[in-house]
Design a protein around this ligand. Structure first.
Ligand SMILES: *Cc1c(COP(=O)(O)O)cnc(C)c1O
Length: 239
């Protein structure tokens, strides 16, 4: 194995151990939680190594980086998640490779995604990104819509051709009542997911938890964790 492959295999084993332990502690089966490796800022060669090591889900947050990387890895059996704030002028490009967009936070984005998905004859999975630090109907500091805005966006996604409503995503807030209370934030997301599934039973995905708080997310009931640094190392710049 190359040095990098050995390093990534070790990190991956460590993260896998953490997820397995968190599942066991929560009385959940390991198969209930899917690992998504966030490869942002890291090269396509790392994505290829991760694929060889058995990773099946990867995530990116900037189209400029993600588009060429996804093209270089088009031969790999990977599901690509887009997790960054998404401008409508990038939607056509993102629809070219993303299987799931986790950062749905406004109606205009849904309309644009639907149009491009239909045009590309693709089905794009969509998660409504919830901002637990947003006031009543505003948007959060790190993207996302306030809980009061979920239903309208979810209904819009569900009624849009080319799109599939998969569930909810959040990033633990740095400000507001949930700052420093990751597990409470993720439990709130689970409650919102329960509400959502009354109207949309197939929207079962709950994407929460990153390198620092994946245990809290698994304990709360997350179905997907998004892990970057713990697998790939500390990013050279904020990404
Ligand atoms: C970067 C990023 C992650 C991964 O964060 P780490 O702390 O590196 O694990 C997860 N989710 C989103 C939305 C991100 O932008």
């Amino acid at each position: 194995m190359t040095d990098r492959k050995t390093e990534l295999a070790g990190n991956l084993a460590n993260v896998e151990e953490r997820i397995a332990a968190a599942c066991a502690a929560a009385g959940r089966g390991r198969a209930e939680v899917t690992l998504i490796v966030v490869t942002k800022t890291y090269p396509a060669s790392d994505v290829r190594i991760l694929s060889e090591l058995g990773v099946r889900h990867v995530a990116e947050n900037r189209d400029q980086d993600a588009a060429p990387k996804a093209a270089a890895c088009a031969d790999l059996p990977l599901t690509w998640h887009f997790v960054g704030q998404l401008q409508t002028n990038k939607v056509r490009s993102v629809v070219g490779y993303a299987d799931v967009v986790q950062s749905i936070d406004r109606a205009r984005l849904v309309t644009a995604l639907s149009k491009e998905a239909v045009r590309a004859e693709r089905e794009v999975g969509c998660l409504v990104q919830v901002a637990l630090d947003a006031d009543a109907s505003g948007r959060g500091e790190r993207g996302g819509v306030a809980p009061g805005g979920i239903e309208e966006l979810a209904d819009l996604v569900a009624g849009s051709p080319g799109l599939r409503l998969d569930g909810l995503m959040t990033v633990a807030p740095l400000t507001g009542e949930y700052a420093g209370r990751e597990q409470a934030a993720f439990e709130r997301l689970m409650d919102l997911s329960t509400d959502l599934r009354r109207a949309h039973p197939a929207a079962t995905m709950v994407s929460a938890g990153m390198s620092a708080d994946l245990e809290q997310a698994v304990a709360a009931g997350a179905t997907h964790v998004r892990v970057g640094t713990a697998v790939l190392g500390v990013r050279p710049r904020l990404g």
